[in-house]
Design a protein around this ligand. Structure first.
Ligand code: FAD
Length: 454
């Protein structure tokens, strides 16, 4: 009688460098590949629309790849702990393997399941796969977590080199009788009424093969000039790996080793990978990063009553500020936005519109294909000044100067907000706020906060 091994896929939708899958193959028993769509467990944040779109494509691709190797990807929906136990009892599994997650609610689900299954006599193992440096392994000399990036990254670099990526298995043999699976289409992850995903389809191809191809292309064509071009939104010269890393279609170990093996000077690019690690480090130590100011003095920030029409103008790219509108439309169309423009649009929302960063974070959460439980709130708090190693609040990005500096020929603005072209013949919207006046008001609000929290 065989006792299959369950590989529970989560943020690791790949076959290569997947230690949980490798452990199951090495165990030598038939393999049940499982994905659980969990929108019900306590504290789990439901996915946004663009993330669901990506997940659909990525699961379809993973399912095909598992089938090509002789297995079946089983899809189930519900509270993950309960669903995993159901699959264990239906299949008589003797072992369950997964790769670790670092959000508070996710860790809660995983820890409870691990204890429960082990009590029942199953072998349960978890692995590091999504981060190069797990949060508890990086500590200051005083044994505390890091709150500043530079020493954090220095400490990471002083640690042993990340392990080499694991090869992908050639075969994934399933059990004689496979547990039943949902049909991916029934999960309705793709939008239909209306279908707003046309721009996402034009821009992206989810799935492991496309992720690997993009890394190779980036290393060959763009890495050499990365330092110089990474801040130019029209250059299209950054790696575009963020959704692939978010969904684990490619592992950071693969990115790290292939980058180093390229022989190019890659310090700057690898330090961006380091920011991803730092965001996860901060989330691990502050599980409520998406809802709570990391610096408590910001709890006293005098946000005015929410001005919904301004929030909507920002969301829809109708603020009358060309660079901001271009960015918000790029986001809506492609599910992504260049990093510099993310900073500019976030700063504009928080500091020129005086809208609480949490509203912006939630919009990005709904519209980004790389929406990430660590990187998204971490960066919003960075811009707001309320976060770890954050930009000081009084640093208010001026979107006009940013446009002059990083989009000097207005290529980016022309592409995404063509009505601002002098020859467009269209009536460009007027700014909904005065940049100078609102900057002053933001600084006054900040001063008020400082006085209150003293
Ligand atoms: P590259 O420049 O090629 O960088 C390589 C990789 O490093 C990225 O794929 C990403 O994984 C990582 N990285 C780079 N910059 C950062 C950063 N500042 N923080 C964390 N990781 C970084 N990134 C997300 O992955 N998910 C998010 O939800 C997210 N939300 C953001 C919200 C705001 C307000 C801001 C300012 C930034 C946010 N970022 C987020 C970070 C960054 O903008 C994106 O990772 C980057 O634009 C992705 O493009 P790329 O893959 O071409 O990046």
């Amino acid at each position: 009688m065989t006792s299959p091994s369950i590989v529970w896929f989560r943020d690791d939708l790949r076959l290569a460098d997947n230690p949980a899958l490798r452990a199951a193959v090495d165990r030598g028993e038939p393999i049940i590949a499982l994905y659980v769509l969990d929108e019900e467990s306590d504290g789990i944040r439901p996915l946004g629309g663009a993330a669901k779109w990506w997940l659909h494509g990525s699961l379809a691709s993973l399912g095909e790849r598992v089938s090509e190797r002789g297995g079946t990807l089983i899809l189930r929906r519900g509270p993950a702990g309960r669903v995993a136990r159901e699959v264990v009892s239906e299949s008589g599994a003797g072992a369950v393997f997964w790769n670790r997650r670092y959000g508070g609610a996710e860790r809660g689900v995983d820890a409870e399941l691990k204890v429960g299954l082990r009590d029942d006599g199953l072998s349960v193992e978890s692995f590091a796969a999504s981060l190069l440096f797990e949060p508890w392994t990086v500590q200051t000399g005083g044994g505390t977590p890091y709150s500043v990036f530079t020493p954090f990254w220095r400490a990471c670099q002083a640690m042993p080199t990340p392990r080499a990526p694991l090869a992908e298995p050639r075969t994934i043999s399933g059990p004689a009788s496979t547990p039943k699976s949902d049909d991916l289409d029934d999960w309705m992850l793709l939008p239909n009424a209306p279908d707003w995903a046309g721009g996402l389809r034009e821009t992206w191809e989810p799935g492991e093969p496309a992720a690997r191809a993009r890394l190779r292309e980036f290393l060959a064509d763009d890495l050499t000039d990365y330092d110089r071009t990474r801040d130019e939104p029209s250059a299209g010269a950054t790696s575009a790996l963020s959704p692939r890393l978010r969904w684990g279609e490619i592992s950071p170990y693969t990115v790290w080793h292939e980058t180093v093996a390229s022989g190019r000077d890659a310090g700057r690019f690898l330090s961006e990978i380091g920011w991803r690690e730092f965001a996860a480090h901060v989330l691990f130590h502050h599980p409520d990063l998406a809802t709570k100011n990391l610096r408590p003095e910001f709890d006293a920030f005098p946000w005015p009553r929410l001005n919904r029409s301004r929030l909507e103008a920002w969301q829809q790219g109708r603020t009358g500020i060309p660079l901001v509108d271009a960015g918000m439309r790029e986001l809506w169309h492609t599910g992504a936005m260049h990093n510099r423009i993310r900073m500019v649009t976030a700063s504009f929302l928080i500091k020129n519109l005086l809208i609480d960063w949490r509203h912006g974070e939630q919009w990005f959460w709904d519209t980004l294909v790389d929406a990430d439980g660590a990187s998204n709130p971490f960066n919003w708090q960075w811009v707001a000044g309320s976060g770890a190693d954050a930009a000081p609040y009084f640093r208010v990005f001026n979107p006009e100067l940013q446009a002059k500096k990083f989009d000097p020929h207005a290529e980016y603005i022309r592409r995404w907000a063509p009505e601002y072209r002098p020859d467009s013949g269209e009536l460009a919207p007027q700014p909904i706020v005065d940049l100078g006046e609102t900057r002053k008001a933001a600084l006054a609000a900040y001063e008020q906060m400082r006085r209150t929290s003293r």
